[in-house]
Design a protein around this ligand. Structure first.
Ligand SMILES: C[S@@+](CC[C@H](N)C(=O)[O-])C[C@H]1O[C@@H](n2cnc3c(N)ncnc32)[C@H](O)[C@@H]1O
Length: 305
């Protein structure tokens, strides 16, 4: 890692045209506007929770190996210090993380107890725990504070109304030299080529529901600006277009799963006809096998100097 690379990252600042503005549209009048969870906040319905379980599992299966390999390459797990995982949901990703970094204890924290209660304790490795905590709003639980030197935020910054404040809170909790690893999405970069209507409809549903729920799934491109603004140095920023050819069946499962889930979340926005169109299209190998569809995997490693 050369000196030069850091100098390039050092030049980043918010674009003056406002493109880097980070405050979201959600509920500036609520008690804690910067901690609103967008579409994740009100998930209580049993069928919807089960559909989220499915999507979280597919996302781990499809994407996690490369993320863990990248984190290890960026230094995670090289000492035996603890890892803080904020936004653990049902613990699906955190347990996989803990299995991949067996020398480290992984402290999962989740704001929504409806999700954390779905944790599968039978499959929980001994180096993982999950507790309910809305980080940034509530103090870290005893035994967590001061016991980690790395923090993982995976698909979390998109669900808070002021991600900059969340990153500032993480910055304050990390020791000097500590690392922040962010995994995010950016649905502006979804694409199918040649355009396949089933994929394009799935992408469109995703964009409509996420923005209606107040979450920001175009946050991937803003991460370097946010992290720098919060005080971090950027050590690495990668966007990989994961695709339907490399990922096979799992790629279609992800978009079929999110389509079903988003209709349950927002039946007023997503019609049954659209859902059927997506599910039938994605189940038809004759059409999907002649298309390359892409999903951007956004990875940012930042360091507290
Ligand atoms: C889309 S899920 C991601 C789950 C998991 N990280 C994964 O990648 O599978 C985002 C989770 O972050 C949680 N969350 C959002 N803001 C949080 C905060 N400030 N503290 C703790 N959890 C938070 C939400 O409740 C939700 O369960």
């Amino acid at each position: 890692m050369g000196q030069q690379e850091y100098q390039v990252w050092g030049d980043l600042s918010f674009p003056s045209d406002g493109a880097g503005r980070v405050h979201s549209i959600i509920s500036s009048d609520s008690d804690n506007p910067w901690m609103t969870l967008g579409i994740m906040e009100n998930i209580e319905d049993e069928r919807l929770l089960a559909e989220w379980d499915n999507v979280l599992a597919v996302q781990t299966e499809l994407l996690a190996d490369r993320e863990f390999e990248w984190m290890a390459r960026r230094g995670l797990g090289t000492n035996s210090a603890g890892i803080l995982e904020i936004g653990s949901a049902n613990g699906n990703y955190g347990t996989a993380l803990a299995r991949n970094f067996p020398e480290n204890f992984v402290y999962g924290l989740e704001a929504n107890s409806n999700l954390s209660e779905r944790m599968n304790f039978e499959k929980c490795p001994p180096n993982y725990s999950i507790a309910v905590c809305k980080v940034g709003d509530e103090p870290l639980p005893e035994g967590v504070s001061g016991n980690f030197d790395s923090c993982i935020l995976r698909f979390v910054t998109q669900h808070v109304s002021d991600p900059l404040r969340l990153l500032q809170a993480v910055y304050e909790e990390l020791p000097k030299g500590g690392s922040l690893y962010i995994v995010e999405e950016d649905d502006a970069l979804f694409q199918s080529y040649p355009a396949l209507s089933a994929f394009e409809t799935a992408f469109d549903i995703w964009r409509r529901v996420i923005s209606a729920g107040g979450s920001n799934s175009q946050i991937g491109r803003k991460l370097p600006f946010l992290a720098r603004e919060a005080g971090f140095d950027i050590a690495s920023y990668e966007i990989t277009l994961r695709n339907s050819v490399e990922s096979g069946e799992n790629f279609n499962r992800l978009f079929a799963g999110t389509t079903k889930m988003f209709q349950m979340t927002n039946p007023d926005i997503v019609t049954s006809e659209e859902v059927n169109h997506v599910l039938e299209g994605l189940a038809d190998p004759a059409s999907t096998n002649s298309v390359v569809a892409v999903y951007p995997q956004v990875l940012l490693h930042a360091v507290k100097r």
